[in-house]
Write a protein that binds this ligand. Structure first.
Ligand code: SF4
Ligand code: SF4
Length: 303
């Protein structure tokens, strides 16, 4: 076996840096590394405490002011080439701690993060996907072939947590046609993942998956069902894919059916919720501005 092949078949050494996390992601990392079902070692990874031999750096936490210098010092001891993976929403966005005076992050302000695995915390399977992405990047940088341990062929695949009856907190989906633009979701989101803006064309929704904790609070308060939690836990992505992890959609203004003033349409789901059904009169009101709606209702509309 050549020296290059031997090096390729050596497990990649992972250094874990806690940049002031709440330990939620560290618990998931421990589960990922310790439970055989996640195939950590069979996939070619081994943990190290020595920065000088690390090839992949896993960072958890929002980078607090208190640990910032130690983190940067430790990181500087990791030789090139290496790949940096941000585990959880905190290193990417600060998560629920983002506005605290104690936070110096996000981490990528100081360190070149190449793979993000958002979630609060991310599932072990998502962490594994992130590490596999990091390993591929590392091998791209070094030009070494893929890791192929002798036991790999016998190794059972990590169980897929999808399918009927499997409850998994995953990415959110948004349907602008069902959204009343009440902005309750934006109000309750502690991580600041949801933002609305408004201009002459309408209202624009944006959801940063890199800041979403999957807490489900927004879906709880979204009475029209515009926001839904899916079971899609595949959150690991490279720096280049970051833009794909922002969900954006617009609710365009349309003219009031009577006076032509631009209005935000009332979603049919909201009408159904409020009136326990939809009829022709209600559909007509749906297309009126508040003033014209008021004038019409004074004439009497079936409820
Ligand atoms: S998504 Fe739901 S909670 Fe958010 S603004 Fe739309 S209707 Fe309101
Ligand atoms: S699930 Fe909703 S409320 Fe919770 S962090 Fe994500 S966007 Fe914010």
């Amino acid at each position: 076996m050549t020296a290059e092949r031997q090096e390729a078949n050596h497990p990649l050494r992972l250094l874990r840096i806690n940049a002031g996390s709440c330990n939620g992601c560290d618990v998931e990392l421990t589960a990922t590394a310790c439970l055989s079902r996640f195939s950590f070692e069979r996939a070619g990874f081994v943990l190290t405490e020595d920065p000088a031999e690390a090839q992949i750096v896993l960072i958890t936490g929002p980078l607090t002011v208190r640990v910032k210098e130690q983190v940067l010092q430790l990181y500087a001891e990791v030789p090139e080439p290496h790949v940096t993976v941000a585990v959880g929403v905190c290193p990417a966005s600060g998560g629920v701690f983002r506005d605290s005076y104690a936070i110096a992050g996000p981490v990528e302000r100081y360190l070149p993060v190449e793979v993000n695995v958002p979630g609060c915390p991310p599932r072990p399977q998502a962490i594994m996907e992130g590490m596999q992405g990091a390993a591929a990047l590392w091998r791209q940088k070094t030009g070494l072939p893929s890791f192929s341990p002798a036991a790999a062929e016998d190794a059972p695949a990590a169980p897929a947590p999808e399918g009927p009856g499997v409850a998994v907190r995953g990415k959110l989906s948004y349907d602008p046609a069902a959204c009343a633009a009440c902005r309750m979701c934006e109000h309750v989101c502690a991580g600041g993942a949801i933002t609305f803006t408004e201009d002459g064309d309408g209202v624009h929704f944006s959801l940063q998956h890199n800041a979403c904790a999957f807490c489900g609070l927004c879906t709880h308060y979204c009475k029209t069902g515009a926001l839904k939690q899916t079971g899609n836990w595949h959150t690991a992505h490279s720096r280049e894919e970051k833009a794909d992890f922002v969900e954006s959609a617009s609710i365009p203004y349309r003219p009031c059916a009577v006076c032509g003033e631009p209005i935000l349409p009332v979603p049919t789901d909201l009408i159904r919720l409020a009136f326990r059904g939809v009829n022709r009169d209600l559909v007509r009101l749906q297309n009126l501005c508040p003033e014209c709606r008021q004038a019409e209702t004074l004439l009497g509309v079936r409820r």
